[in-house]
Every structure is written in structure tokens, then in C-alpha cells.
Design a protein around this ligand. Structure first.
Ligand SMILES: O=C(CO)COP(=O)(O)O
Length: 139
């Protein structure tokens, strides 16, 4: 599965701890991230991860494009709900696209834990059907 990992600055430590704890699951998947989050995760865990631009300069939109193209299977996005973000429209657009394309989105560690455990159980196999069944179709 293709999994996007994103964290706002005050949540970066949380996502490093999370990816360390679930490295054994995440290493079986293709990982993508916004720039700084990706660097922190790669440095902290050694996991290979494709890094897009940093969020405020377009990384959220690049991940959104992958979602729109049905190329992302899950998004883990540790948002900071207590700090205004200069690129709030991009953040909202990314989450909106998850809902448009029915892509699982976890916005905090409790939800992400459930998501990763489901991933380990094979509960995301329906995404393979969604990818092969919907190619080129409008929704
Ligand atoms: O701002 C972000 C998500 O909206 C995250 O971007 P960085 O991973 O580059 O810090």
C-alpha cells in the first residue's frame, strides 16, 4: 500500500515515535511524506520514504494529487489543531480529497494506531479492488 505520513511542527515528535513503534508494519509498504516530516522519519527510523516538497510550499498539494489519481491508499496526518497554519487551505484541500476519494485518513495517533493495526491484518486489501476497478472512471 502507498501510505502518506505528514505532521505539523508541534506533532513531529509524535510521528517519529509512532513510526518507530510501527516500523515493523510500515516497512512492508511504500511510504511518502511532506518534506520535513519525511526527513525526520527517515533520520529517526531509517525507513525509506519518498519526500515531496515541504507542506507550506506545496507538499500537501502534491500528496493531494496522488489521492486524486487514486495512487494513495491511506493518509496519516498528525495535525496541530491549536496553531494557525499559513497553508491552511492546502491542509483542508488534502483532507477534503481524502473524503472525495474515500481514502482512510487518521489525524491523530489514536486513529493512526487503529489504522496501522488494520493494515497489518490485511484489512486494506479492498484498496487493490478500488484501484483496479475504478481506473479511469469518474466518480
Ligand atoms: O505542513 C505540513 C503539513 O500541512 C507538513 O510539512 P513538513 O513535513 O514539510 O513540515
Amino acid at each position: 500500500m502507498n501510505i502518506a505520513l505528514i505532521a505539523h511542527d508541534k506533532k513531529k515528535q509524535d510521528i517519529i515515535h509512532f513510526t518507530m513503534a510501527y516500523k515493523h508494519v510500515l516497512k512492508e509498504h511504500h511510504l511518502f511524506a511532506t518534506g520535513t516530516t519525511g526527513k525526520n522519519i527517515a533520520d529517526g527510523t531509517g525507513l525509506p520514504i519518498h519526500r515531496f516538497q515541504s507542506g507550506p510550499i506545496g507538499g500537501d498539494q502534491q500528496i493531494g494529487a496522488k489521492i486524486a489519481n487514486n495512487e494513495m491508499d491511506a493518509v496519516i496526518f498528525f495535525r496541530d489543531p491549536l496553531t494557525a497554519q499559513p497553508h491552511e487551505p492546502d491542509v483542508s484541500a488534502l483532507m477534503r480529497l481524502c473524503d472525495v476519494h474515500v481514502i482512510p485518513l487518521a489525524t491523530n495517533p489514536a486513529a493512526a494506531e487503529i489504522m496501522v493495526q488494520a493494515l497489518a491484518r490485511g484489512d486494506f486489501e479492498w484498496r487493490n479492488n478500488a484501484k483496479h476497478g475504478q481506473e479511469g472512471k469518474q466518480i
